[in-house]
Write a protein that binds this ligand. Structure first.
Ligand code: ADP
Ligand code: MG
Length: 159
């Protein structure tokens, strides 16, 4: 079994409902157990500002799927939420990213782990550190230290 962390984001069509449904769908993935769900976080959009705010969260999974198979399953869940890919950082009904896959460092076409931008995004680091305060990001260092460097980013934990 490998402990993997999945980043979850949505900013269209009742984002909170998409995130809560995504947790349930992650719990039903093959060869996988959902072991933790973070709180939900409200986030200002990054990159393309003229769009609704995001809701973000992180899930912890124990899985026997390979990282590639896990990503394929996540893309299937995104598609079932009507995810359209239009332009980078566009609004989305559901975005599921493989943040970490155990201690693996993967650099393949279509799959980079740790997720290449996770260590500079408070909306990833805040829910991740909530679940795993002592987590080390392979090749980067303690997640909590990176979160401390993101203090200027607008992320609010919601009930
Ligand atoms: P983003 O999440 O960066 O806003 P997308 O969700 O549209 O963008 O993903 C773009 C591509 O990123 C996908 O086709 C996928 O193959 C690739 N990708 C590379 N590494 C990862 C990862 N760790 N998790 C999710 N997608 C990844
Ligand atoms: Mg993505």
């Amino acid at each position: 079994m490998t402990l993997a962390y999945v980043g979850i984001g949505s900013n269209l069509e009742d984002p909170r409902a998409h995130i809560l449904r995504a947790f349930d769908e992650l719990a039903r993935l093959p060869e996988t157990t959902l072991t933790a769900r973070s709180s939900l976080y409200r986030t200002a959009p990054v990159g393309h500002a003229a769009q609704p705010h995001f809701i973000n969260a992180v899930a912890a999974l124990d899985t026997r799927l390979s990282a590639q198979a896990l990503l394929a399953e996540l893309q299937g869940v995104e598609a079932s939420h009507g995810r359209q890919r239009s332009f980078p950082n566009a609004p989305r009904t559901l975005d599921l990213d493989v943040l970490l896959y155990g201690a693996a460092q993967i650099d393949q076409p279509g799959l980079t782990v740790p997720h290449p931008r996770m260590h500079e995004r408070a909306f990833v680091l805040a829910p991740l550190v909530e679940l795993a305060p002592k987590l080390e990001i392979p090749g980067i260092g303690p997640a909590s230290a990176r979160l401390a460097q993101c203090a200027a980013q607008d992320v609010e934990r919601i009930a």
